[in-house]
Design a protein around this ligand. Structure first.
Ligand SMILES: [Zn+2]
Length: 195
C-alpha cells in the first residue's frame, strides 16, 4: 500500500493503475479535500461533476455507483464511506479571488494547488475542472441556500474509490481557514492506494 500525506494547504497528483483502491482519510477530522480524477491515457477526459449528476440524477453517487467523465463513461467508483458525509459536488475549488474578496491576498487555495500538482505531473488541462469536495458540509437546503458548515468527518474517517481506468488522482487539502469549512484550521489528509 502506498500512503501519501497531503500536508495542510497543499495538493498532490498520484498516478494510479486501473483497479486500484484509493482511500482518502481525514487524519484529524473536520478537513475538506478537493478531489479530481484525470484519465492518464486521454488527459482531455476527467471526472465531471456535472455529467455525474446528470447520469445518476443525484447530487452525489451512492456506494457502488460511479463518477463519470464528460462523455458519461465511468471513471471512478465509490466503494465505501466510513464518514458521516455529506460531500459536495456543487462548489468549485477555493481560489485566489475568493480570498481576495475577504482581504486575504496571496492565500493558498485549492485552484492553484491543483494547477501546481498537475503541472508537476507533466499534465496540461485547458480548464480547472470542478472538484469533488470530500467531507464538505454544504448540502442544499429546501429554500435553495447552500451554506457551508464545518465538515462533520471525525479523525480517521475515510472514503474509498476504485480506479476504473489508469488515471491521475489529484487531491488538495482545502486551504480555507477563514470560514467554518475546516473548523478554522487546516490539517493534513492521507491518500492510501492499494493495487
Ligand atoms: Zn479549498
Amino acid at each position: 500500500m502506498e500512503n501519501v500525506i497531503i500536508e495542510p494547504q497543499t495538493g498532490r497528483a498520484l498516478e494510479v493503475a486501473r483497479g486500484s483502491l484509493i482511500e482518502v482519510v481525514d487524519l484529524e477530522g473536520r478537513q475538506v479535500g478537493d478531489m479530481w480524477a484525470i484519465d492518464s491515457g486521454a488527459p482531455d477526459r476527467w471526472l465531471s461533476t456535472a455529467h455525474t449528476r446528470d447520469r445518476l440524477e443525484r447530487l452525489f453517487p451512492k456506494t457502488g455507483e460511479a463518477f463519470t467523465d464528460q462523455t458519461g463513461e465511468p471513471i471512478l467508483e465509490l466503494v465505501a464511506d466510513t464518514s458521516p458525509g455529506p460531500h459536495d459536488m456543487l462548489y468549485p475549488p477555493c481560489n485566489a479571488p475568493l480570498y481576495e474578496a475577504e482581504g486575504l491576498f496571496g492565500h493558498p487555495n485549492c485552484h492553484d494547488n491543483f494547477l501546481g500538482a498537475v503541472t508537476a505531473a507533466g499534465l496540461t488541462l485547458p480548464v480547472v475542472p470542478d472538484p469533488v469536495n470530500l467531507f464538505q458540509n454544504s448540502p442544499p437546503r429546501p429554500d435553495g441556500s447552500l451554506p457551508v458548515g464545518t465538515a462533520a468527518s471525525k479523525a480517521g474517517d475515510g472514503i474509498t474509490f476504485r480506479a476504473l481506468r489508469d488515471l491521475w488522482f489529484v487531491l488538495t487539502s482545502c486551504s480555507v481557514d477563514n470560514w467554518p469549512t475546516n473548523d478554522y484550521v487546516c490539517t493534513p489528509l492521507a491518500v492510501r492506494v492499494t493495487r
